[in-house]
Design a protein around this ligand. Structure first.
Ligand code: MG
Length: 309
């Protein structure tokens, strides 16, 4: 490809949006194999884990994704149907998804859905122990749908309207909003310096516990602070989508979710063409098609303009 054409292609938000969605799915499928494993066990079993093979504690088929990707798709559908994030519609969508016996579901997510079913209220109350990564892992559709909204407050409202269906916690909110801003920066074509000194710095200024400089964290739990630390370490210390994802999942722990979040950020930043073909071809084809379709539709959505009753 000629340099000028390459530049245009790389700056194309649609290419980056599809890269983000497929990056999320690839990271989920890659990481799920080693979820909950310590790095020493991963090393003993695989040397370096770098193939989408399925298996893991969930006994997945090669290319099968987990709740990280599936909840994102359910959320994206709801946004497209309503033209915006509508908390009640989101809660109902999650509830419908739960009925169909998903392959995996987090305990905070399950609690939120049950709360909605009993109360009819789509929001859970603020809870200091809800600082899990379950709201952040599914935030990509909100980021794509709100890209270009000029008012940051409206982006925050959209983020919290989906997050608080299951997770209502300041650390979860801040990290989820940071990831949205990182995706927006990636879509715009910002470089890593801008991302580090923009959204990431804002997060660290508000909540210094997210500091990711000092320790090389392994075995991250589902606690959003540990999740973000490994995602940021992997993203800022590597120079390609492939290296970022291999770096993050080989740390084990909550590897499907760290893979999913790193995958959406790196997939957006580097673009679709940076995702290794061997990973894309291994991904569940129906899921890959749904991710691509949604990425295009969410990016094209005129957010806030109702598209259905
Ligand atoms: Mg999962």
């Amino acid at each position: 490809m000629a340099a000028a054409a390459q530049e245009r292609y790389e700056a194309c938000p649609e290419n980056k949006a599809i890269g983000a969605y497929l990056g999320l799915a690839v990271g989920d499928a890659l990481g799920a194999t080693v979820e909950f494993m310590p790095p020493a066990k991963i090393k003993a079993l695989y040397g370096v884990h770098e193939s989408i093979t399925g298996g893991g504690w969930l006994g997945l088929k090669p290319g099968q994704v987990t709740d990280d990707t599936l909840m994102s798709l359910v959320l994206g559908e709801s946004i497209l149907k309503k033209g915006a994030v509508d908390a009640s519609a989101v809660a109902q969508s999650f509830s419908d998804w739960f009925v169909n016996n998903p392959v995996d579901i987090g305990k905070t997510v399950k609690r939120g859905i049950i709360h909605y079913r009993y109360s009819g209220t789509p929001y859970v109350a603020e809870n200091s122990s809800d600082a899990g990564n379950g709201a952040c892992m599914r935030t990509l559709p909100v980021a794509l749908a709100t890209y270009g909204l000029s008012d940051e407050i409206n982006v925050k409202i959209a983020s919290r309207d989906q997050a608080h269906v299951t997770h209502n916690n300041p650390l979860s909110d801040a990290a989820t909003e940071c990831v949205i801003q990182m995706i927006h920066a990636g879509l715009t074509g910002c470089d890593k310096y801008d991302i580090k000194h923009g959204p990431v710095k804002q997060l660290l200024n508000r909540f210094p516990e997210f500091n990711y400089f000092e320790i090389h964290r392994e075995m991250p739990s589902g606690y959003i602070v540990e999740t973000m630390q490994v995602v940021l370490q992997a993203f800022f210390t590597t120079d390609s989508f492939e290296d970022c994802l291999i770096n993050v999942v080989n740390r084990g722990g909550d590897a499907d979710t760290t893979g999913a979040i790193a995958g959406m950020i790196a997939g957006c930043y580097y673009g679709l063409e940076a995702i290794p073909a061997r990973w894309l071809s291994q991904l569940d084809h129906a899921v890959a098609d749904a991710c691509e379709l949604q990425a295009r539709a969410l990016l094209a959505l005129e957010y806030g303009k109702a598209v259905s009753a």
